[in-house]
Design a protein around this ligand. Structure first.
Ligand code: PLP
Length: 367
């Protein structure tokens, strides 16, 4: 049996009729950059997140860079991010002329440890970027409290957490601004790169809009050094169809997670932890096991794809001129134990049970 990590064909089949119709309209109207679908999608995504404003941009990495620029942080300042995240979060900080400070994470949910953040704050610190990794929100009450006390900006990296809530409020709406990626494999993904920025602050969103479109809001009104980072009308036309199904797809991912929780051998496998006051969108279902690399190899032999998010704690990567001297101990430890299992919305129960049976045998040493 083959168990894929993702199945984007399934999503495409559901939307293909409308997708073709939308595509014809784009061709007919010659509206490739900006246009009806982009305007509609920005409205729909803002409604979905229960936030006032949404701006489509080129991808999730650009979204972070644009936000950092828009917030006008002091040059060469320090920005705190978790050591366990995708490299883009750190790249955006460094490419924006700031220094990255890697904070350690919780062992249980793998998210930035809000209780340790203050240890990393000094006079040069300007912002925190909590990352709502795997589909679960960070502890936003505490993070916002720390940011207020220390006069820091908060940019929420929600690239893996479309639809994730903390105390019933959408991620991306707690801090100054939130960023999303619509990379095809995300819970809400396009047919190419895409991203978005959300905020309740009109001034900040307007500034982001200017930066993302060559420093202008109107033709030739270039007031700041900007860039070209816009969400294509074509990507928006796909996202506007897929967002209709997102709540259902998140439910299915939750159902799959509940089956894993039921069938995996708890003696040998540590399940993902859902922390209090939040939901989980299970962009990734991440377990912790011993001999992770060997287990992954054996799963692969049995036709089961899995992933590692992430195999190296970012504070160990020499390309970052990091400010903190000590390693992020828990993040480093986790990077050797974590394994992401297939959890996508079209995963059949048969394939899931097969995965559990094979994995249970591997970890019990009977495979
Ligand atoms: C946590 C996180 N931040 C940022 C990004 C960057 O998004 P993109 O690939 O759209 O640039 C990703 C994408 O994988 C991500 O997972």
């Amino acid at each position: 049996m083959k168990v894929e990590f993702a199945d984007l064909n399934y999503q495409y089949k559901i939307i293909q009729r409308n997708f073709k119709k939308n595509f014809s309209r784009i061709i007919r109207d010659n509206s490739f950059i900006g246009g009806f679908f982009l305007d509609e999608f920005e409205k729909k995504f803002a409604e979905f997140c229960k936030v006032k404003y949404c701006l489509g941009v080129g991808n999730g990495t650009d979204a972070l860079e644009i936000c950092i620029q828009a917030l006008n942080l002091p040059k060469n300042s320090e920005i705190i991010i978790p050591a366990n995240t995708f490299i883009a979060t750190a790249e955006a900080v460094v490419r924006s002329g700031h220094r990255v400070c890697f904070a350690d994470v919780h062992y249980d949910n793998c998210l930035i440890d809000e209780n340790k953040i203050e240890n990393y704050i000094n006079k040069k610190t300007s912002a925190i970027i909590p990352v709502h990794l795997y589909g679960q929100s960070c502890e936003m009450n505490k993070i916002i409290q720390i940011a207020k006390k220390n006069k820091l900006k908060v940019i929420e990296d929600c690239s893996q957490a479309h639809g994730a809530l903390f105390m019933n409020k959408h991620v991306g709406t707690f801090g100054d601004i939130g960023t999303f990626s619509f990379y095809p494999g995300k819970n809400l993904g396009g047919v190419g790169d895409g991203g978005a920025i959300i905020s309740n602050n009109h001034k900040i969103i307007k500034k982001c809009k200017r930066i993302s479109n060559h420093g202008r809001l109107k033709k030739f009104d270039h007031l700041v050094i900007g860039r070209n980072s816009r969400l294509d009308n074509l990507q928006a036309s796909v996202l506007i169809e897929k967002i209709k199904y997102l709540p259902d797809w998140i439910d299915r991912r939750n159902f799959n997670a509940s089956l894993y929780n039921k069938y995996l051998d708890l003696k040998h496998i540590e399940l993902p932890i859902l922390s209090s006051n939040r939901n989980h969108t299970y962009h990734l279902y991440v377990i912790k096991i011993k001999k992770r690399n060997l287990v992954k190899k054996l799963l692969n032999k049995a036709g089961i794809s899995s992933g590692i998010h992430y195999p190296n704690s970012l504070d160990q990567n020499k390309i970052f001129n990091k400010v903190n001297k000590n390693p992020a101990i828990i993040s480093n430890y986790l990077s050797k134990k974590i394994l992401s299992l297939p959890v996508h919305e079209s995963l059949s129960k048969n394939k899931l049970i097969y995965t559990c049976n094979v994995l249970n045998k591997i970890v019990r040493g009977t495979y």
